[in-house]
Design a protein around this ligand. Sequence first.
Ligand SMILES: NC(=O)c1ccc[n+]([C@@H]2O[C@H](COP(=O)([O-])OP(=O)(O)OC[C@H]3O[C@@H](n4cnc5c(N)ncnc54)[C@H](OP(=O)(O)O)[C@@H]3O)[C@@H](O)[C@H]2O)c1
Length: 349
Amino acid sequence: MAAASVKGTILVTGANGALGSAIAERIAEQPELAAYHGLYVVRDAAHAPALASALVRGGGAHAHDVVALDLTRPDDVRRVAKGINVRVAAGEIPPLRALVLNAGFQDFGRQSWTADGFDTTFAANYLGHWLLTLLLLQSLDREVGRIVVIGSQGHDPNDPRNARGKAFENPKYKTFISDAVSFEAIAKGEWSPATEDASFRGGFRRYGAAKLFLVMMQHELQARLDADTALHRICVLGVDPGTMISGLQRLASWVIRVLIFKIIYPILLYLNPHNGPVRPPSRSASDVLEAAFGVGEGGELPKDRYFDGRAPLQTSEESRDLAKRKLVWEETVKLAGLKEGETVLENWQ
Ligand SMILES: NC(=O)c1ccc[n+]([C@@H]2O[C@H](COP(=O)([O-])OP(=O)(O)OC[C@H]3O[C@@H](n4cnc5c(N)ncnc54)[C@H](OP(=O)(O)O)[C@@H]3O)[C@@H](O)[C@H]2O)c1
């Protein structure tokens, strides 16, 4: 479809997952959203059954492409970003109105590493998304573009919802990083490794660290965009979608994967579908789309805001530490190997 006939492009990572496919379904079923071009990013474009069914359920005419990307492979991220940038520059698809960083991965103690030696949890949740975002900034709509980070309670050790899991009970886990060395330890999977704690708690802490870096990226990127001559109207927001029954639990033990997520949580969801501890992905999908398209009170730009569903939530103390934020950004530039000319952000280093 030609760029002139559609309103803009919406890119969603992890589009074959529970939340990602629910977002695609919501887009396809609402004519005002279906008028955007969808870029649905999945790991295997030849096998994305949840996305395919969601688009059928959504119905309606909705121009879209299914794009294959493994976020743990920087060369793949660069290839995909380049392809999208070329298509936007050529007017084949319109600029990105919304970039939804939804893909997520939790190892539940079955720790693994990428070919580059990064902890998979760190690379899939954070590093790949950071690089993709920086590379795609040139294709963001400069007037109304929004980036939505999908956060988690795991980013904040002091979030009361983490008390029952006890992953952050030990005081040494109340903060994630203190300097570049501790950041690198997380990146390489040497912090809270499975060899020290093979339970889901070790993996949840590494997942929490990756989500913290995403939330830090929300704050830091917004500050850098605000100071940018061309990109200062772009908004970065975060949404915690809450606990959902999804593919995220696929590597969990039987007790968590089957007993809790397939028996107990569906009952809780059935008994309290609207305000219980478990949320249907369809509801969280609406919350994410509200962040991506909603207008703030008084029409001001909704910059650097983070929501639990739709309720504003203050992000963790550590995520708001300016010095740590800067450190994480600068170290990420090195880990991602970002070079001059790869991003249009003026202050990228
Ligand atoms: N479920 C919860 O309770 C919960 C709570 C708070 C936050 N969240 C967040 O919500 C978001 C959506 O998760 P979900 O619950 O819908 O889980 P999900 O069903 O597992 O969906 C996550 C998607 O991310 C994709 N993904 C994982 N690793 C990837 C990689 N290396 N490259 C590209 N894509 C990758 C997966 O692709 P494949 O299908 O190919 O594996 C999957 O489709 C995540 O950011 C998650 O952290 C979830």
